[in-house]
Write a protein that binds this ligand. Structure first.
Ligand SMILES: O=C(O)CCC(=O)C(=O)O
Ligand SMILES: [Fe+2]
Length: 296
């Protein structure tokens, strides 16, 4: 079994400038490490509890499924990817009633090119099987490549991922760094709601339903019914840091639906955006002008 900080060769793949110049873990070990861990912690009773919570709340915290060495390796990959390829977004999206996105993100293409671990986690059979057992239906890969996995980091006061629904049914979000709850950056959810992209009326949905908030800590992992759970990340209140990897999966039904990807493209893929620079902004609130906040 390979372990954290093993002197593992990179098989010719870039190391993203990781200081050790080494992968921390062999991606070939990932399935087995995760399967063993799930077998150890997810008893029938735990699973039944997770499933109940997921159905009721649209979100369940499943942090126990990640072996510590996988979390450590993921952090190393994500740090290098953010260093090399993050773009700051500062936009409001009409398809979600103009809620804001203020964050730095790394798009799927850069991750696929420069990380072995994240694409391996994305396709890991034990993770997909667990997600399917929690969801009560088959959870499969996302048919649209660009939405499969993304990284996002918030580190400035006001940074937020505003209220939205996702295009595809499921997301497993790996919260690598979470601020203390009083500094913001916690996730909020309204389950059992639907996104009409032509007439989102998002604030009406908020007013009609209770909001649940989740104060997570660094290393937590949550599984989200992301297409029917309105969700957002509360704005950071202080200079602190929040970093996540989102693995977005689909239902079988998603594969035969026509899905428009405009929203995700604006948050994550935006072809005009070059790493290290701010993406073009459309957020013109007076206290809120992009360019007043440069990197980091
Ligand atoms: O940052 C989070 O916890 C949620 C991310 C999210 O909602 C998304 O990437 O669509
Ligand atoms: Fe989302």
């Amino acid at each position: 079994m390979s372990s954290a900080a093993a002197d593992y060769p990179t098989n010719g793949h870039p190391t993203n400038g990781h200081p050790t110049g080494r992968m921390l873990i062999d991606p070939a070990d990932i399935d087995r490490l995760i399967a063993d861990r799930i077998a150890e912690v997810v008893t029938d009773e735990v699973l039944a509890g997770w499933r109940r919570r997921f159905l009721a709340e649209g979100l369940v915290v499943v942090s126990e499924i990640c072996p510590p060495e996988v979390m450590a390796a993921l952090r190393a990959d994500v740090e290098a990817l953010i260093d090399g390829y993050a773009v700051r977004r500062h936009i409001r999206l009409p398809t979600t009633s103009n809620t804001p996105r203020r964050l730095r993100s790394v798009k799927r293409g850069y991750i696929a090119e420069h990380s072995l671990l994240i694409p391996t986690l994305y396709r890991a059979a034990p993770l997909l099987a667990l997600a399917s057992r929690i969801a009560g239906e088959e959870v499969v890969l996302c048919p649209y490549d660009e939405e499969q996995f993304v990284i996002s980091r918030m580190n400035q006061p006001g940074d937020t991922h505003g209220w939205h629904w996702d295009d595809y049914a499921y997301g497993m979000v790996w919260v690598l760094e979470a601020p203390a709850v009083q500094d913001g950056g916690f996730i909020q959810c309204v389950p059992g709601t639907r996104w009409d992209k032509n007439d989102p009326r998002l604030f009406e949905t908020l007013c009609r339903h209770p909001i649940r908030s989740y104060g997570l800590t660094s290393g937590d992992i949550y599984f989200l019914r992301s297409d029917t759970t309105l969700h957002s990340v509360y704005p950071l209140q202080n200079p602190t840091q929040r970093t996540i990897v989102n693995l977005a999966w689909a239902s079988v039904a998603d594969w035969s639906r026509e899905i428009d990807h405009e929203t995700t493209e604006m948050v994550y893929t935006d072809l005009d955006a070059a790493p290290g620079l701010d993406a073009p902004a459309n957020d013109l609130a007076a206290d809120d002008v992009a360019g007043s906040e440069r990197q980091p």
